[in-house]
Design a protein around this ligand. Structure first.
Ligand code: NCD
Length: 365
């Protein structure tokens, strides 16, 4: 059984096969309208969502399956103190596949360790959001015709923006992708994504605070919302939230074929006038999200017509269970009891370890 927790859980050829299937569904939806009949998707959303939860449910309904779940922890036994591990053991008895969103980083990983059904990470804290990445890849491939040799600018909250972290990881495996990271100092990309992902891949990237300065070089502009819910200091959020506002004047500086993506919801960072610009692709992106989730559900359930995913051996040889502790306050291991601590080496480092659940660098005991 395979789960999708991190974009790197899928090889490039598996991603290509899922995107190919999504395209086939787009061109012939009737053919797939019954292929998940009798199957049930559970959506466990411990954090608010419009698109992701509804697109998962819509995807399953369009495949002829059924969906159940909760859209906030207050309406489930989580409010009575039930752990993620117990919840997923219960849900495994009711459903065939599960999409989980959680404010704590690593929660879907914990779920996958206790689950009898495939787990899809639908966003864990500021960590990863691999199905938004599949959505973004399908949108880029559809509109630009390729996933290699282009320049992408990520703009806004690159510190907490999990969609950015996941897309950067995924794109690091395609040739000739040039990254420009546009953010204020306070919201820069986590350093480990440079040292562990982009540097080893030998890809070129730069950081800047000015959108105007670089917008003319971009083939894809990925705008993001400043993630209010992840700030501990409300004043800092208020100071930073409107740092970048994409408007028609800035669009005038961009290439005629640049596309603008945004995982949505938007707050102020793209003015409504930009929606009328043919380069604004964020609502097309939403539709891609439903088709790619249809393809992913089919694939993880192993239904006929879907690409076959090989079983993967878990690489446990390098996991250590003692000698370190995680200090990331957003990590699931710091709030839920009974999760065995696990740490793995940070590639390319001089003997440093990171938490297996949230990927933050671990501290020695
Ligand atoms: C994103 C998320 O939840 O991370 N939304 C989404 O899933 N489309 C982006 C965001 O909330 O800013």
């Amino acid at each position: 059984m395979r789960h999708l927790i991190d974009p790197m859980d899928l090889s490039v050829s598996e991603i290509t096969a899922i995107l190919d299937l999504a395209e086939k569904i787009i061109h012939n939806p009737e053919k797939y309208a019954h292929c998940c009949e009798g199957k049930v998707l559970a959506t466990l959303f411990y954090e608010p969502s419009t698109r992701t939860r509804l697109s998962f449910e819509s995807a399953m309904l369009h495949l002829g399956g059924k969906a159940l779940g909760f859209s906030s922890p207050s309406s489930s036994s989580v409010s009575k103190g039930e752990t993620v591990a117990d919840t997923i053991r219960v849900v495994s008895c009711y459903a065939d596949i599960c999409a989980m969103r959680h404010p704590k980083e690593g929660a879907p990983t914990v779920a996958s360790h206790f689950s009898g059904i495939p787990i899809i990470n639908a966003g864990d804290g500021g960590h990863q959001h691999p199905t938004q990445t599949l959505t973004d890849l399908l949108t880029i491939r559809t509109l630009k015709g390729k996933l290699d040799h282009f320049t992408i600018g990520f703009c806004g909250d690159l510190k907490f923006g999990r969609t950015v972290h996941s897309l950067v990881k995924a794109l690091s495996r395609y040739e000739g992708v040039n990254f420009i990271f546009i953010s204020p100092d306070e919201l820069k990309m986590p350093a480990h994504l440079f040292t562990e992902v982009l540097d080893p891949a030998g890809l070129s990237y730069r950081e800047t605070a000015s959108l105007e300065e670089v917008i003319g070089q971009l083939d894809v502009l990925y705008m993001t919302r400043v993630q209010q819910e992840r700030f501990s200091d409300e004043e800092e959020y208020l100071r930073l939230r409107d740092t970048y506002i994409l408007d028609t004047e800035k669009m005038a500086l961009a290439k005629p074929d640049m596309i603008v993506l945004h995982p949505l919801p938007r707050v102020n960072e793209i003015t409504p006038e930009v929606d009328n610009d043919p380069r604004a692709a964020y609502f097309k992106q939403v539709l891609c999200g439903r088709y790619v989730r249809m393809a992913l559900i089919m694939t993880l359930l192993g239904v006929a017509g879907a690409p076959r995913l090989e079983e993967r051996e878990k690489d446990t040889a390098q996991v250590v269970t003692q000698g370190y502790h995680c200090t990331n306050h957003s990590c699931i291991t710091l709030v839920e009891r009974g999760i065995p601590p696990k740490f793995v080496p940070i590639e390319g480092s001089q003997g440093s370890y990171k938490c297996l659940y949230c990927e933050h660098e671990a501290q020695k005991d």
